[in-house]
Design a binder for this molecule. Structure first.
Ligand SMILES: O=C[C@H](O)COP(=O)(O)O
Length: 238
């Protein structure tokens, strides 16, 4: 039997019903969303959606991302989003779409005590710049896209290890493993001591497979293939 997880598992999505299901699973202690997830979920009112979420989820952190691309617009949106609740983290991308660093904005917002979740981080240099900009003592999350790094054929583990060491240098900063691709990533992140991993609901469900007997799982897999082949209603030797 493997040891219990120390890492906090957050639910990544923008479908309220699914978020509440994850909340009730008892496996999840926070929530994240992003513009692409909101688009996929068919959200039509940002503030309406955020208010609906925050009515139901009051005890756990919820991260909502800014939509603006200029630093001034991001700042205005950040203040509006932060005012929605004490458990709100404002997601600020590490750069805008033109490659301009958001570090000055991160500095300003955290100096005022606004909790941020700096997102779309891919490199150790970006982690260093962000952590330098964060005001010590203000709660903040540093989201490194380990899964997207792995998508490029690069092992994210050394990057995450270095990112963690940098985050530990400042009080109140937590490292988040973003965009996991498989449940095993939760155990990888946990083994490094990463604070948080945010997962889609499908991945969270697979945590139920923890410590499952592999011989039994093999048998169940063959039984599934048999059920599906039988339901197709034809044979190879017809
Ligand atoms: O907001 C961050 C997400 O974890 C990104 O995940 P994704 O790479 O699967 O889109």
């Amino acid at each position: 039997m493997s040891k219990a997880l120390s890492i906090k598992v957050f639910s990544d999505g923008a479908v309220l019903e699914t978020m509440l299901h994850d909340l009730n699973s008892g496996l999840v202690t926070g929530f994240t969303t992003n513009p692409s997830l909101m688009k996929k979920a068919g959200i039509t009112s940002y503030i309406g959606f955020a208010k609906d979420v925050l009515k139901e989820i009051t005890d756990y952190p919820v991260s909502f991302e800014v939509f603006a691309d200029d630093l001034e617009g991001m700042e205005q949106e950040a203040r509006r989003i932060a005012a929605l609740g004490d458990n709100v983290y404002v997601k600020i991308p590490v750069t805008n779409s033109k490659g301009e660093s958001t570090a000055p904005l991160i500095d300003r917002l955290t100096a005022e005590g606004i909790k941020v979740n700096v997102t779309a981080i891919f490199t150790v240099e970006q982690v260093r710049e962000v952590v330098d900009a964060l005001k010590s003592g203000t709660l903040a999350v540093v989201s490194v896209f380990a899964g997207r790094i792995a998508d490029t054929g690069v092992d994210p583990m050394p990057i995450m290890r270095e990112a963690l060491a940098i985050c530990r240098q400042k009080e109140g900063v937590e490292l988040l493993w973003a965009s996991p691709r498989e449940t095993f990533n939760i155990y990888q992140a946990d083994s490094l001591g990463v604070d948080i991993i945010t997962c889609t609901s499908d991945l969270i469900k697979k945590l139920e497979l923890k410590d499952k007997d592999l011989t039994e799982y093999s048998l169940e897999t063959v039984q599934m293939f048999l059920r599906d082949s039988s339901s197709l209603g034809f044979t190879i030797l017809e």
